[in-house]
Each structure stands twice: as structure tokens, then as C-alpha cells.
Write a protein that binds this ligand. Sequence first.
Ligand code: GLU
Length: 413
Amino acid sequence: MSHAPSKSEVYFNVAADHLGLSPQMRTLLLMPERDVKVQCAIRMDNGEIGTFVGFRVQHDSARGPMKGGLRYHPEVDDDEVRTLAQLMTWKTAVVDLPYGGAKGGIAVDPRSLSKGELERLTRKFVDQIHDFVGPDSDIPAPDMGTNAQVMAWFMNQYQKHHGFQPACVTGKPLELHGCEGREEATGRGVVIIADRLFHKLGQSLAGKTVALQGFGNVGSFTAKFLYERGARVVAITDVRGGVKDPLGRGIDIPQLLEYARHNNGVQGFVGTEPLSNEDLFSQNVDLLIPAALGGQLTALTAPTVKAKYIVEAANDPTTPEADEIFAKNGVTVVPDILANAGGVTVSYFEWVQNRSVVHWPVDEIRAKLEIKMAAAFDAVWQIAQDKKVPLRTAAYILAIGRVAHATELAGVS
Ligand code: GLU
């Protein structure tokens, strides 16, 4: 490539070097298949016109229909969506789902819209992209700022154009062809991976101290399952503030979940002290879990991290500079494309059920998720051992190798 590598290309290139990929194959794999930006104009509640920008990037379809979430957040832009779409290609490949990768979103703060405005915006977005998404081509799902309700509107609007197609989107409500255990899936997967990591090291997740950034869908379920497996979550921050257990015994997560529901966040929970985001990273804990926005662990924050283990529940939380610092400081990082793949894995289960119009019980979903995540972790761990590389490089080697191989087998004519 003639230009300087972008942030997301740094990790790619390290693995591509290990795989000996040609410059032509690298260009093919990095360039998105389709990258669109659409206008979404709606009537606001006050009668004025609201104009928003919607994005969908379809990165790669060599291994199957493209899959990835829809993010509603003010910071959504071309660059972010492109990076996240590429991550989805590697993520679906690491866990060996028959999918490629995509991502989309709308640059909006969903909390600033009424429910009616949010519904109209979602429907308008579907009208703008329905021609080139669908169960066989590109299947959206929830991400930051979206949820099962948004997916229900998405499906309903898509079906106005295409008829009965419940598999056109995943993460739907249970009443509308949704899947048991989908909402908890990313958090459950993160904890399966953390458990597996300590198991490989001859240690146990039980008793480990954890600092967690984020208490949204992924963060709160991660906290719940960590608690259930005996880990001690001693520090948590969310968008409004943070809490720390001064005694280090571990916060009572079931009670905190209840408290956060009624108080709009974790701040002020009984028996805790306030904690800022910056201080969260430097907590003296065993395990740090970023479960919020991307780009949080940087050249600035990475040197302050005392945890010896990081499991990336968020997408793209670590800059390449920070990653290098962690490698130097002996911090083991389990990368996002492996650690948070539980969500898309259960999305795949939802899609499979929708296509055969069946409904699997929650125990079956959880058992299947555990098997998938454990197999992916073991495969990545093995590559890391064999090639003496960090887990991120190993995960990229596995993923890019699979996508490149599929591309070659299909042929480029
Ligand atoms: N948004 C989630 C992710 O980043 C899930 C994507 C999906 O289920 O398709 O992995």
C-alpha cells in the first residue's frame, strides 16, 4: 500500500507478514466491498425536519453473508464504521461462523430523541439500505445505542419491502423471532474467555480482582457472570461516574444491577467510593476489562495500567501504541475479535433458528456458546504458543488466514 497504514491496518499487517500475504491480497482484504453513506431525514416531534447521516460498510463476504451491528452514537463516522466493519470480518472468522463482516450506524445521540423519532429514524434508515442488506447478504444486529426494540422496527420495515424475513436482522425481541440468551451473550462470552484464560495459566477466575469500564449491555452482563463465577469486581465506571469497593472484597453485583436500574447509573451505590474513569485504569487489580467505547487504552493511559491481564469486551479499545506498551510491560491482552465474539455467535444461532423456523431453549444456546468460544480461545492460544506471538497477533493470523484462504479457493477471475 502506498499510504501510511491506518490504525486498524497495524494489527492486520503484523499478521499478514506472518502469513506471507502478497501486497495484492492485502489490498483486497483491507478494502471494503461496499461503503455507503445515506441521508436519513425525518419529521421531528416539534414539526421541524431532522437530517441525520446513516452508514453501512460491507467489508468482506468471502466466508458468507456479512454480519455486524448498528451503532447509534454521536461519534459514528466513516472511519469508525470502516474500522468496526473490518473487525467484524476477523471476529466472525476467529469463531468460525459462516459469515463475513459489516457495520453500520447513525451519527446521533439516541437519548436526545423521543421514542417516536427513534422509530422513524430507524425506518428511514431501512428504506435507504434495504436493497443491499438481507438474510443472504448482510445481517445487522444491536450495538452501542441500539437494542431489541430497534431491531424489531428494523425487521418490520424490511419486511414491508421484502415479505416475511425474520433472519434479516438479529438481536430481536423474543416475541418477534428473537433468540434466548442473545441479550446476555456478549457478556457471557467475555467471562467464558476470561475463565479459559486463567484455566490455561493453571489459575482460577474465582477470587481474581477486576476493574470494569462500562456498565451498559456488555458491561453489566459481564459483571453479573464474573460475580457468578466468583471473581471480585472491585471497580466499575459507567457514562456518568464510577464506584470502587474500598475494602477490595468485591461489589455485590446483583444489588448494584438493581441500584443502577433505578438510579440511572452506578454512582452513589452504598458501601462504595466514587471513582473516575482515569483512575479505573490504574486500579491495582488482576484483570482489567474495557467494555465501553473504542480508543480508551492509549499511549497515555496504558503506562498506568497495573493489571497483568486485559480482556477486551469493547470493540477496538486499545490503540497500537498502547498494545506495544502492554507487550513491553508483560500484560496479556485477549483481543476484542475473540473476547467479545459471544454476541455475534448467538446472533448466528438466532439466524439459524429463523431460517428453519425453530426455537432452541436457553440451555442449548448457552452450551453451544461455551463450546464455540472455548474452541476459538484454544485455537488462538495454540497459535500464540507455536509462533510465540501475543494473543492479538495469533487471533489475526487465524482470522486473516481463514478469510484469505476462502478468497483464494473461491477464485478471483
Ligand atoms: N455488535 C456486536 C459486535 O460488535 C454484535 C454483532 C452481531 O451480532 O452481528 O460484535
